[in-house]
Design a protein. Structure first.
Length: 90
């Protein structure tokens, strides 16, 4: 799942991609944010991004499979909307 997020961040990033990974430790949970400096997620697919086959290019299975993997571990993956052109955060 992390491989998919980081690969997408680098692949869809600008000419000098930057990926930030932030850990937020709570009393009973761990939140991991992966943020990049790319163009962000196209507005036309934002609401459907983590569904099977949704993509602007490629196969569209990466986020869907990441969500399935996280579910096995009683966890989740979400997209945090950002203004278009200002990167993406998951």
């Amino acid at each position: 799942m992390f491989t998919n997020l980081i690969r997408n961040s680098v692949s869809y990033g600008n000419s000098n991609p930057v990926v930030d990974i932030t850990l937020k430790i709570g009393k009973s949970n761990l939140e991991i944010e992966v943020t990049d400096n790319g163009p962000g997620v196209d507005e036309t697919i934002r609401d459907r991004l983590i569904q099977n086959g949704v993509t602007t290019s490629g196969g569209g299975y990466g986020f869907y499979l990441s969500k399935a993997i996280m579910k096995i571990y009683n966890s989740s993956i979400d997209f945090a909307p950002t203004p278009e052109g200002q990167g993406a955060t998951f």
